[in-house]
Design a protein around this ligand. Structure first.
Ligand code: SF4
Ligand code: SF4
Length: 323
């Protein structure tokens, strides 16, 4: 047998480094400035164990790829109808209709759509492929004190891929942050945490019953993991998405303040007021939003919540900015 080819050697090295672990992502956002310190690249994992009513990334919730449609871009050329072997696409008036029961997410319709009216949210990638993208921006991370943020979806829902991506970043000297809902088995959470420089930790509703109603899961592991992060004095910023009609009532704000002030080393809490930037995504996925009429809170309301949380001697910021 001859000596291995350069490609074989390259693949062997990738396997040894476990860079061929695969996961499903739906986006890589460059030059992000709200996902941790400095300039960052945010990698969005697909799939989440929660089903939050006001999720601003509904395409992140399913673990499977999904088609997203932008009717306004469609030129009605009909190429997607021709391309679909499942007979799942039709043109109906001004809109492109997908029979999602027939669709097998092959992506052929999106591939032929030069107008980019059809997009597939979600693709399988290797750690090596993600690293190629991240490496391009190392100079920006170094100059700004930034790095990589893994978000979602819920990153911990793909634990092997998350771990290998974090290890690859650390081996390259890239700072890492993970944006998590915290609904993770504590032993798993702790085993991955040592590879994370900063946690962006979502805290929405304190009461267990209301949390179940709003997200579909209870608070036990969410509280336990946050307590552990605080006790072990790891880098953590708590993110409180302020969601009108869901978690902005006095009882919940009081409970959030009480809970955070009970933690060791009192982590900073960053208020993220609800915005409507992702609202149109529900229609593009043929889904009904749970609370379609919700409007963003006024700046006065946001300031009021910030003051209430500050009363608990917490370091409070709004959208990352000090008060
Ligand atoms: S291929 Fe794109 S532009 Fe053409 S009909 Fe389909 S969605 Fe519209
Ligand atoms: S993804 Fe494939 S099966 Fe689904 S509508 Fe497009 S072409 Fe048809």
């Amino acid at each position: 047998m001859g000596s291995p080819s350069p490609i074989d050697r390259h693949l062997r090295r990738l396997r040894q480094d476990r860079l061929l672990s695969t996961g499903t992502i739906f986006d890589i956002k460059k030059f992000a400035i709200h996902d941790g310190p400095g300039v960052r690249t945010t990698v969005f994992f697909k799939g989440c164990p929660l089903g939050c009513w006001l999720c601003h990334n509904p395409e992140s919730q399913s673990f499977e790829p999904e088609l997203m449609i932008r009717d306004g871009r469609c030129t009605r050329c009909g190429d997607c109808v021709e391309a679909c072997a499942q007979d799942a696409v039709s043109l109906n008036g001004d809109s492109v209709r997908i029979d999602r029961g027939r669709c097998d997410q092959c992506g052929a319709c999106a591939d032929v759509c030069v107008a980019e009216a059809i997009e597939v949210a979600g693709r399988d990638v290797t750690v090596a492929e993600v690293m190629v993208e991240l490496e391009k921006d190392v100079v920006y991370y170094d100059e700004s004190g930034g790095g990589v943020t893994v978000s979602g979806g819920e990153p911990f829902a793909q634990p092997d891929f998350l771990l290998e991506l974090l290890k690859a970043c650390k081996s390259r000297g890239i700072e890492t942050a993970v944006d998590t809902c915290g609904h993770v088995a504590p032993h798993l959470f702790r085993s991955v945490a040592e590879h994370v420089d900063l946690f962006l930790y979502d805290l929405k509703v304190i009461d267990d019953e209301r949390h179940r109603e709003f997200t579909g899961v209870g608070v036990e592991s969410i509280h336990e993991n946050l307590r552990w992060l605080a006790e072990t004095n790891r880098g953590v910023i708590v993110r409180f998405p302020l969601l009108p009609g869901v978690n902005d009532d006095e009882a919940n704000i009081h409970s959030v303040g009480e809970f955070l002030s009970s933690l060791a080393n009192r982590p900073r809490v960053d208020i993220l007021p609800y915005h409507k930037a992702g609202a149109d995504k529900y229609g593009r996925l043929d889904r009904e939003p749970r609370l379609p009429d919700t409007e963003p809170p006024s700046e006065e309301e946001v300031a009021g919540v910030a003051r209430r949380l500050s009363d608990f001697s917490l370091n409070v910021t709004v959208r990352g900015e000090s008060l």
